[in-house]
Ligand binder design. Structure first.
Ligand SMILES: NC(=O)C1=CN([C@@H]2O[C@H](COP(=O)(O)OP(=O)(O)OC[C@H]3O[C@@H](n4cnc5c(N)ncnc54)[C@H](OP(=O)(O)O)[C@@H]3O)[C@@H](O)[C@H]2O)C=CC1
Ligand SMILES: CC(=O)C(=O)O
Ligand SMILES: [Mg+2]
Length: 637
């Protein structure tokens, strides 16, 4: 659905085949496009009102008298109150048809338009005569994508499809999720971000740079959709384990939001990808003639804080209290502060700190079925004490504390961390960033990971360093000497940054490791047995988590919601999965999993008094499922 400003009116106006709806109230069941929507008398909110009458659904929609084009009732566009010397903008609601219908990704069905639709929507001659159904289109598209050997080419083919036929894109992704997730998400999305400047074609989200300071509220209105429910925002400073990619980080919010739709059932039109561009400290990008972002070093301090603050309040002003803002891939020197600052005023969620914590805790709870013991009986060692590492550690400590009644300060002592300077110990306290301090325990300094492993003797080793191949043979072998079944998570993305490969984990532990990684690895054969590893990635959590917040109308995120999301995910691991050594369920079941996560998160929101959608539905799983977007084609009258 497009609501276009004056400048794009010509491109999208519907030529001779357009028909205007001028009655004050009528049923509409054809694809509708707002072709001109310019604030007529400078009345704030006019464009929002117009967006409300537009709909992506082809289902009949009642247009209330007060929101129709004829003015009069309510005079929402100021047409009646305008004096003769005041100008107003003439605008129409048009039915998308003919060429413009084929160019509209929300409504285009390509060769799946029926004979009747081809007649009634002026499509004759614009399409070849063959008619194929949605299933055949999916089959054909998968064949076509499989022709590409290079993952980045597959990524670009998927992006082209998303811009051409949205429902085909989502059907393809949902039905082939295990094959396509590594394309639209990690690892390929990492390469796409590195090359985003060269492959950039059309806007997939909003770029908000320092140039837009003071105008962010207006910039948000340039986005064609008005009913936004989820925003994923990055400032591009820590893109996966690839570092500062500046404005090119846009691939991440775009990818995450396509998973919100495919995996969590959030309507595509309700998703808004945003990249905040405050510059980059990446010299290669600054010197790259094809770089698409601001060519300056990163703004920091007050300048940074002011831009972010303006953004956060403009979002609330535009989309209301209940829009979910997911912070993604910020550097840790901003991420923790932003979460703390806006956690009390906005519905915010940091995927790297909180989503990752929830998915890893789920994997650990499931792994206990294979190794035995309770969480509190295990000892944890992390390589990497940043957002992911300390976020996971805190949630494990919280869960241990809830299970045992032991205070949090005590349960934290079961968790150790190594950063780039070595083991985090009390003697380093003064020099530590605030988020590392709870993990500084009594121990002599240790520089190398392998020595920390030998000294602490963890049962669980978690890599969250962004540094590839740091779980060496010696490290994995050490884990395997004092653990019958060492639990090893190599969380760093993309694949190049994984702390070890699946093959290394199984081979060096002689097939005994319980292994999961952030980016997927193919099954490994070791001594005649095949080992399939799980993907410990926050993609299991955030789509269902966000859905739960939305369906309950939650106004704040609470740690207990992360715990129940974890529990819901762990419950979805079947006996059959365990028998294969898996601690996560297959992604092919993800929509069912997301509905369960959503139901538990929503239930917790109601319990905590944070839900605003009343009354509470009786069966939250069924309700969550009923709210999920389906990419099935609609029939156009
Ligand atoms: N699987 C998943 O779902 C997720 C995976 N991740 C991945 O985790 C990684 C880290 O992300 P995040 O925590 O946000 O990043 P941060 O930058 O916040 O933290 C990185 C941490 O790793 C430490 N570190 C870096 N290099 C080394 C090294 N060679 N040896 C020891 N420690 C090292 C850093 O040390 P110091 O503090 O001293 O600089 C820091 O403590 C990324 O690759 C990201 O893709 C993140 C979120 C979710
Ligand atoms: C998965 C993810 O969020 C990350 O690697 O940053
Ligand atoms: Mg991330």
């Amino acid at each position: 659905m497009f609501s276009l400003n004056g400048s794009s009116f010509t491109n999208n106006s519907l030529s001779g085949v357009s028909r205007c709806l001028t009655q004050s109230s009528r049923r509409v069941s054809a694809p509708m496009v707002v072709v001109a929507a310019v604030n007529s008398n400078g009345k704030p909110g006019d464009r929002n009102v117009m967006a409300n009458v537009s709909t992506e659904s082809a289902a009949p929609v009642e247009l209330e008298a007060k929101t129709t084009v004829t003015g009069g009732v309510g005079d929402v566009y100021g047409e009646d109150s305008a004096t003769e010397d005041q100008s107003i903008t003439p605008w129409v609601l048009s039915v998308a048809s003919g060429y413009s219908l084929l160019r509209n990704p929300h409504y285009n069905k390509g060769l799946a338009f029926t004979e009747r639709e081809r007649d009634s929507h002026y499509l004759r001659g614009l399409l070849p005569p063959g008619v194929v159904n949605h299933d055949v289109q999916v089959k054909k598209m998968m064949n076509s994508i499989r022709q590409y050997d290079v993952p980045l080419q597959r990524y670009m083919a998927m992006m082209d499809l998303q811009e051409m036929n949205e429902r085909l894109f989502y059907k393809l992704l949902i039905e082939n999720v295990e094959e396509l997730l590594p394309i639209v998400y990690t690892p390929t999305v990492g390469e796409a971000c590195q090359k985003y400047g060269s492959i950039f074609r059309r806007p997939q989200g909003l770029f908000i740079s320092l140039k837009e300071k003071g105008k962010i509220h207006e910039v948000l209105k340039n986005w064609p959709e008005k009913k936004i429910q989820v925003i994923v925002v990055t400032d591009g400073e820590r893109i996966l384990g690839l570092g500062d990619l500046g404005c090119q980080g846009m691939g991440i919010p775009v990818g995450k939001l396509s998973l919100y739709t495919a995996l969590g059932g959030i309507r595509p039109s309700a998703c808004l990808p945003v990249t905040i561009d405050v510059g980059t400290n990446n010299e290669n990008l600054l010197n790259d003639e094809f770089y698409i972002g601001l060519r300056q070093r990163r703004a920091t301090g007050q300048e940074y804080a002011e831009l972010l603050d303006e953004f956060m309040y403009a979002v609330k002003q535009n989309y209301g209290e209940k829009v979910l803002i997911q912070f993604e891939d910020f550097a840790n020197h901003n991420a923790f502060d932003l979460l703390a600052k806006y956690g009390t005023s906005h519905l915010v969620f940091n995927d790297d700190i909180q989503g990752t914590a929830s998915v890893v805790l789920a994997g650990l709870v499931a792994a206990l079925n294979l190794v035995g013991g309770t969480l509190a009986e295990h000892t944890f060692l992390f390589l990497g004490a940043g957002e992911a590492g300390t976020g996971i550690a805190e949630l494990i400590a919280l869960e241990m504390s809830k299970q045992t009644g032991i205070p949090l300060e005590e349960t934290r002592k079961k968790i150790w961390m190594v950063d780039s300077k070595g083991l985090i110990v009390k003697s380093r306290m003064e020099m530590l960033q605030h988020f590392k301090r709870p993990w500084a325990h009594d121990h002599e300094p240790v520089k190398e990971l392998v020595n920390a492993v030998k000294s602490i003797k963890p049962t669980v080793l978690i890599g969250s360093s962004g540094a590839g191949r740091t779980f060496t043979k010696e490290v994995v072998q050490a884990m395997a000497t004092f653990n019958e079944k060492p639990i090893i998570f190599a969380l760093s993305n993309p694949t190049s940054q994984s702390e070890c490969t699946a093959e290394e984990a199984y081979t060096w532990s002689e097939g005994r490791a319980i292994f999961a990684s952030g980016s997927p690895f193919a099954p490994v054969e070791y001594k005649g047995k095949v080992y399939a590893s799980g993907q410990a990635n926050n993609a299991y959590i955030f789509p269902g988590f966000g859905l739960g917040l939305i369906i309950s109308g939650a106004i704040r995120v609470h740690d207990d919601m992360l715990l129940v999301a974890s529990e819901a995910l762990a419950e979805q691991v079947s006996q059959e999965n365990f028998e294969k050594g898996l601690i996560y369920p297959p992604f092919s079941n993800i929509r069912k999993i997301s509905a369960h996560i959503a139901a538990k998160v929503a239930a917790k929101a109601y319990e905590l008094g944070l839900a605003t959608r009343l009354p509470k539905p009786k069966d939250l799983v069924a309700y969550a499922e009923s709210c999920m977007y389906s990419p099935t084609y609609r029939s156009y009258r």
